[in-house]
Design a protein around this ligand. Structure first.
Ligand SMILES: [Zn+2]
Length: 433
């Protein structure tokens, strides 16, 4: 019997042949049906005949979030409205919302990739899946719902919130799989403890978490407190919702469902491809969608891609957990630096507090970067030599990751300014000159 997840094991040559064929058909499809793309292709001069190999995708025009806003709400749809069966919407903190339209075929693709997501996390038709992402215009709830149903699992569509009831139903129903945001999982564990419920003793064994940034340290904490395995999932409304990529049992990167989403990694400044293993901005082309397909959509998410075969045997490319947004990128002495890279290094060092600031300045014609980070009180009562030694260790860790010389200044607890909103992580004095 054929399962949708058999497609995660295709030989690369076969997969790539399929991708090229789908990409070529997609270019013809949107050129004919979407005025925005017809004009973009006329400007760039590219046609479907130019797509002979996967590398040829680089000759096609990009699509950015502002293009979606400018064509709000339905002008990027490639089918008449009577073929659109679902609309989802992302809230967006500024400006118009982002709208996505799905045909019946698109909903099929979505359920399939979500079923593959769950299968990768070891979920089967015998599982009871509690979906705690929001149901509604947000893609999380319904995406997970249809995927779990496609797999044949029992779905509990509880949606977000109502935490005590979440825990009560987990006990009563014997929920084995929970899907939601990582921060909500942490909160759920806290509330369970307050209620005197030992989550570790419940049948719960897997959590599939996403829709917000999290770290491996948070994963370890959730797994330990709940006695489960927690898997990362990635997606975005523009592309389909959750189910663009997801971790397998090896938890060593998220497999992209490449037969539907063609990934590229570019330098956000030069827009040129970056080599394998280097960080760059993820660009996705939706090679299977029919309702609102996108060509080379710039996600702004920074990650790395690994094409080497995973220990699980799947052949699909793996992306690393998203490291940050390209909008936050700094260029220091020609090197791309993401504040989130520095944050993840710092959070991995014992004794470092989660408060830091990156100060970039220019001395003459040279850029100069200093990382100021708060460390535990005890370092300041210790001998100076130990403080210096610790500072050297932090510096070495940052330099080896960034490939860039930096200064590190250890700060006393509470000395870096706190913010009630988004923390100010970067002070770029070059812009003030
Ligand atoms: Zn794998």
């Amino acid at each position: 019997m054929q399962h949708p997840w058999d497609r995660d094991y295709l030989p690369r040559e076969e997969l790539e042949r399929e991708q090229v064929g789908k990409l070529r058909r997609l270019v013809a499809y949107v050129r004919e049906r979407v005025p925005f793309y017809r004009e973009a292709f006329e400007r760039s001069g590219a046609t479907e005949a130019d797509v002979q190999t996967l590398g040829d995708v680089a000759g096609l025009p990009f699509t950015v979030k502002d293009d979606l806003r400018a064509n709000y709400p339905f002008r990027l749809f490639a089918v008449p409205q009577d073929e659109i069966v679902r609309i989802h919407c992302s809230s967006g903190t500024t400006g118009r919302p982002i709208v996505a339209g799905y045909t019946r075929h698109d909903l099929d693709v979505w359920s399939e990739v979500m079923a593959r997501t769950l299968h990768q996390a070891g979920v089967t038709s015998g599982d009871i899946c509690q979906v705690a992402w929001g149901y509604g215009l947000f893609t999380g709830g319904l995406g997970a719902h249809y995927g779990a149903e496609r797999l044949g699992a029992t779905v509990v569509p509880i949606s977000g919130g109502n935490t005590e009831r979440q825990i009560a139903l987990m006990q009563d129903f014997g929920t084995t799989v929970w899907m939601g945001t990582p921060s909500y999982a942490t909160y759920l564990a806290e509330v369970a403890e307050q209620m005197g419920v030992d989550v570790r003793a419940l049948p719960l064994r897997v959590a599939v978490l996403g829709a917000e940034p999290w770290t491996d340290r948070m994963r370890a904490e959730i797994e330990e407190r709940m006695g489960i395995r927690a898997y990362d999932i990635y997606g975005l409304t523009e592309v389909i919702g959750p189910g663009v990529s997801a971790e397998c049992e090896c938890q060593s990167g998220l497999h992209i469902f490449e037969d539907h989403f063609l990934p590229e990694l570019i330098d956000p400044e030069t827009l040129q491809p970056v080599s394998e293993g280097k960080p760059g901005e993820l660009v996705l082309t939706t090679i299977s969608k029919t309702g609102m397909p996108l060509i080379r959509f710039r996600t702004r998410d920074i990650t790395r891609l690994h094409y080497g075969r995973c220990e699980c045997g799947r052949t699909t490319v793996r992306m690393e957990r998203v490291q940050g947004r390209s909008d936050d990128m700094l260029i220091v002495r020609g090197v791309n630096v993401f504040p989130s890279q520095i944050e993840s290094i710092l959070l991995g060092i014992e004794g470092v507090q989660p408060h830091y600031q990156i100060v970039v300045d220019r001395q003459g014609s040279m850029d100069d970067m200093e990382v100021q980070v708060e460390v535990e009180e005890r370092f300041f009562s210790d001998r100076v030599r130990e403080l210096e030694e610790f500072s050297r260790r932090v510096r070495a860790r940052i330099e080896s990751t960034l490939g860039l010389r930096v200064h590190v200044r250890l700060m006393e607890p509470g000395s870096i300014e706190r913010s009630t909103g988004k923390a100010k992580r970067v002070v770029d004095r070059r812009r003030q000159q």
